[in-house]
Design a protein around this ligand. Structure first.
Ligand code: CDP
Ligand code: CDP
Length: 222
């Protein structure tokens, strides 16, 4: 593999994007950028300020006065919202069910994409999200589209919750994932779609390491 490249990882909710992106970034000593965390942080702030989430102008106004930082620490990635650690808060149910409504607005996406492109710059980068291969890094040398059955994805979130000590219902998780995928796929502004030149990997029956291995294989071919 020659020099530092950009790796774009897209796909629906809970397909394993962030988990494998982190592993790949570590293996290559690249930076990892979780773009979903940025939309989640903005959603958290808009909720706390009581903003109407259908009002894109009001949300954009909030975003223009918001600093979102992704920092690597020994404990993993930390998300700072105006300097405050919101790493755990942005995964709460309320944010999860509302984030797609914030992310569907074209003006919000435009500003986010600009910030994400600046963060990537020309460093070696692994970036995950919904529109990375299609809009944020259209020239990425490696594009991956991760999918898995919705049952498997709900099961993964369920098990993740158990580890965190959170009680949840598999049926509810499945509904929430399907609803978010529906909004993300059907929105007008850069919807969730596989880039023409992306490699699709069905992770339904693959382990985390197997998925990371597939991506590293694609990187080695560059
Ligand atoms: O990790 P999980 O699949 O739960 O979601 P995420 O990656 O944290 O993204 C949360 C939401 O942000 C998605 O459902 C999308 O609505 C939005 N998003 C987006 O529109 N574009 C991105 N590049 C990343 C996330
Ligand atoms: O970022 P995204 O929402 O796509 O998914 P994730 O948060 O990375 O992964 C969701 C859960 O699935 C995590 O708990 C992973 O450990 C798990 N996972 C898995 O069990 N098998 C895989 N091949 C990939 C992820």
């Amino acid at each position: 593999q020659k020099g530092n490249i950009a790796i774009a990882i897209d796909g629906p909710a809970a397909a394993g994007k962030s988990t494998v992106a982190k592993i790949v970034a570590e293996k290559l000593s690249y930076i990892y950028i979780d773009t979903g965390a940025m939309y989640r942080a903005l959603t958290l702030k808009a909720i706390n300020q009581g903003i109407d989430l259908e009002n894109d102008q009001a949300i954009l106004e909030v975003l223009m006065h918001t600093v979102i930082e992704l920092k690597q620490s020994e404990a993993g990635q930390v998300v700072l919202l105006d300097g405050k650690d919101v790493t755990n808060e942005i995964r709460f149910q309320d944010v999860t069910t509302k984030v797609s409504h914030v992310a569907k607005h074209a003006s919000i996406r435009e500003e986010m994409v600009q910030r994400q492109q600046e963060m990537a710059n020309d460093r070696g980068v692994v970036m995950d999200g919904r529109d990375i291969g299609t809009h944020v890094l259209p020239d990425a040398e490696v594009k991956i589209f991760l999918i898995a059955s919705v049952e498997e994805r709900a099961k993964r979130r369920y098990e993740e919750n158990i580890k965190k000590g959170i009680a949840s219902s598999m049926e509810e998780l499945k509904k929430e994932i399907e609803e978010r995928d529906r909004i993300d796929t059907n929105r007008e502004a850069s919807p969730l779609i596989k880039a023409k030149d992306a490699i699709e990997v069905d992770t339904t029956s693959l382990s985390i390491n197997e998925v990371a291995g597939e991506i590293l294989k694609a990187v080695a071919k560059i």
